[in-house]
Design a protein around this ligand. Structure first.
Ligand SMILES: Cc1cc2nc3c(=O)[nH]c(=O)nc-3n(C[C@H](O)[C@H](O)[C@H](O)COP(=O)(O)OP(=O)(O)OC[C@H]3O[C@@H](n4cnc5c(N)ncnc54)[C@H](O)[C@@H]3O)c2cc1C
Length: 624
């Protein structure tokens, strides 16, 4: 028999780092205390972070390994198969909503606290990091409710939103079908109008996260379906609200709506999250209604895009959440585990064993993880701060709103793709730091690594993100968004290239070189586009996204380092913050010297125009 899994929290967060980003680097105070954040001050935000961290350590963290070991089960219920979530998930769901941790950023109209997105996203980071699989359920319910709030009729908004945002009902997002993965437009699920004006839904969706569960009294599915006679491809898709149990106008849950669970997947990670095959209308009794009503037929994709943007930011944050905890766990282990003697005493067989943190290679791994985690979190917060400014300036300064919204749009694919790719790598590096202890289940890093792999696949694979960047986002607003981004980096370089600290000055110059290389690469993409060399664009898209994300992360790390340098200069070296600020400088310099030069190298690879992957025949890949 396998050992029972203990209910122990292993999630770690560094609250000092979070408050540095919010208040010292991004100076969120500037928009607090005023509409629409009039009820939020600095102390409220700091207090919320402390309490959220307490909540996740006490409630979600202890269930993470248990959920991983138990997974979800299918049992026989009155309407066929039903999902049972792991032990403790039901109580955790109840506490999550009772204590309001999913309502931090929700509009007061729907019972939320209306906090800045920058706070909500850090709370979300803690929820995800403590228990990624559990947090999928409320995450999808919120994403689906957000779409209904944005595009639903008044009746739909009042029937569904507060209930889905308050934990009474769950929610899902149903796009994927066996033949329609990245190619969403080939979806075959049908919607047929009945003589009484209702719509019957029929079809099968696969891989649906939280497709069924026992946490809430109902699950409301948002289903992409094709109305009879609609055009082929994405233009012919309509988004339908399809509850598992039918609901009356007063919100009472009624009879079963002919939505059944075919099976659940057995996966590499996020085992506590039920990934379902869902059959709609096997008995011809599944009814749905178009989001926004009858006038919104064939508007499914634009509506879904709204949900996807939010969901993509959250996936990047899922990445940061586990990577951060992986790093902090590795750091703790490296301070405790003794192995080998100091390299400085390599000739002395009797030299004392030292904690592995004293070995240069372990220090390299730790600093590498620190720089990536903190840099990507800064990138995600840069995005959310832009979003918070959009709300704060709405109706007051159209040009500023356009600038901030443009940066949000541009940064979404970077946060999703770079955040998720790097998360997997950081988790792998954390395992390496632990050695053999990292490969076994006594420590959380092997689960983090397995859980994190899906982040680069769902919500659009990272290649889809890269194509969104090079095919859509770069050209948005006539190219103004990317010009503004490059301009902002350029201004920082101009202001700090002669920094009084020579190592920081040199690092800023590295950023300048990387920014120039990125500008050249952007031109190259445009040139391929204009000259019709279209195949080169997808071939280099992932590399381009990585270059742009690295420039963004390098910039934000150095910006933080410059702030930290000034603060440290005013402190007594014995002050607790002195080493914190010094750490910010070291991480930024490390990233600038070890990662930013690779941006220039990648630009050279782009200029080299190697077409080998296109030129090789299919048969030449292998002889089998
Ligand atoms: C655990 C889990 C949870 C999920 N949750 C949900 C959910 O809640 N709702 C939902 O609707 N879906 C969900 N999905 C589905 C997920 O979004 C898809 O798996 C993803 O979009 C990729 O589709 P696919 O698996 O069919 O891969 P494919 O589309 O077959 O892709 C395979 C490979 O080909 C590449 N590729 C595909 N098309 C192109 C192209 N045109 N150009 C270049 N490369 C291409 C991809 O990038 C990838 O590398 C989930 C999946 C998993 C595993």
């Amino acid at each position: 028999m396998s050992k029972p899994v203990p209910a122990i929290n292993r999630y770690k967060a560094d609250l000092r780092e979070l408050s540095f980003l919010l208040f010292e680097q991004f100076q969120l105070d500037a928009i607090l205390g005023k509409a629409p954040y009039e009820s939020w001050g600095r102390d409220d935000i700091a207090g919320a972070l402390v309490e959220a961290y307490r909540f996740v350590r006490e409630v979600l963290g202890p269930l993470n390994a248990i959920g991983d070991a138990q997974g979800c089960k299918l049992v026989d219920g009155p309407q066929g198969k039903e999902v049972r979530t792991p032990e403790g998930f039901k109580e955790a769901w109840k506490k999550l909503y009772e204590q309001g941790w999913k309502a931090v950023g929700v509009e007061p109209e729907f019972g939320g606290a209306g906090a800045p997105f920058s706070l909500a996203i850090l709370v979300e980071e803690m929820l995800c990091g403590a228990n990624t699989a559990f947090t999928m359920y409320p995450g999808l319910a919120h994403g689906a409710a957000d779409v209904i709030a944005s595009f639903g009729t008044e009746e739909q908004r009042s029937l569904y939103c507060a209930r889905m945002l308050g934990g009474q009902w769950g929610g899902t997002m149903c796009l994927t079908e066996p033949q329609a993965g990245s190619d969403v437009g080939s979806a075959r699920t049908r919607a047929t109008r009945n003589p009484d004006g209702t719509w019957s839904i029929s079809g099968t969706k696969i891989f649906i996260s939280g497709g069924d569960h026992d946490l809430a009294e109902n699950v409301v599915h948002l289903v992409l379906a094709r109305v009879d006679g609609a055009p082929a491809g994405t233009k012919g898709l309509t988004l339908f609200i399809v509850p598992k149990m039918r609901v009356a106008k007063d919100g009472k849950v009624g009879e079963w709506n002919d939505v059944s669970v075919g099976s659940i997947e057995h996966k590499m990670g996020i085992n506590g999250s039920a990934t379902c095959v869902l059959n709609f209308g096997e008995n011809g009794k599944c009814l749905g209604e178009p989001v926004g009503g009858e006038t919104k037929l064939n508007q499914g994709m634009p509506q879904m895009f709204k949900m996807m943007n939010g969901a993509r930011i959250l996936v990047g944050v899922q990445g940061i959440s586990v990577a951060s905890s992986a790093f902090l766990n590795a750091l703790e282990y490296a301070r405790e585990r003794k192995q080998g003697s100091s390299i400085k005493q390599w000739k002395d067989a009797t030299a004392p064993r030292v904690p592995i943190i004293e070995h240069p290679d372990v220090r390299r791994m730790l600093l590498d993880m620190k720089a990536r985690v903190e840099g990507i979190r800064a990138l995600a917060l840069k995005l959310t701060v832009h979003h918070d400014y959009v709300r704060a300036l709405a109706g007051k300064d159209d040009a500023a709103v356009a600038y901030h919204q443009g940066q949000v749009d541009l940064l979404v694919p970077l946060v999703k793709a770079y955040g998720s790719d790097q998360a997997f790598r950081v988790c792998e590096e954390a395992i390496q730091t632990f050695g053999g202890a990292g490969y076994i289940k006594d420590h959380p890093v092997e689960q983090y690594c397995r859980d994190s792999k899906i982040f680069s696949i769902y919500e659009g694979t990272n290649h889809i993100q890269a194509m969104d960047l090079v095919g859509r986002k770069l050209a948005q607003a006539g190219g103004a968004n990317v010009r503004n981004f490059l301009g902002d980096v350029g201004k920082f370089v101009a202001a700090h290239a002669e920094h009084e600290e020579p190592k920081l000055a040199a690092a800023v110059k590295e950023l300048g070189k990387a920014q120039e290389a990125l500008t050249g690469a952007t031109m190259k993409l445009m040139m391929w586009h204009q000259s019709g060399e279209i195949e080169m664009i997808p071939l280099v898209a992932n590399r381009f996204l990585e270059m742009m994300a690295e420039v963004a992360v390098g910039w934000l790390l150095l910006e933080g380092a410059a702030v930290a340098h000034d603060k440290r200069a005013k402190l007594d070296p014995s002050h607790a913050d002195a080493s914190f600020y010094a750490g910010k400088e070291h991480a930024a310099i490390y990233y600038a010297r070890n990662v930013l030069p690779t941006v220039e190298e990648k630009a050279r690879r782009m200029n080299d125009e190697d077409r080998s992957p296109i030129e090789i025949d299919d048969a030449s890949f292998a002889t089998v």
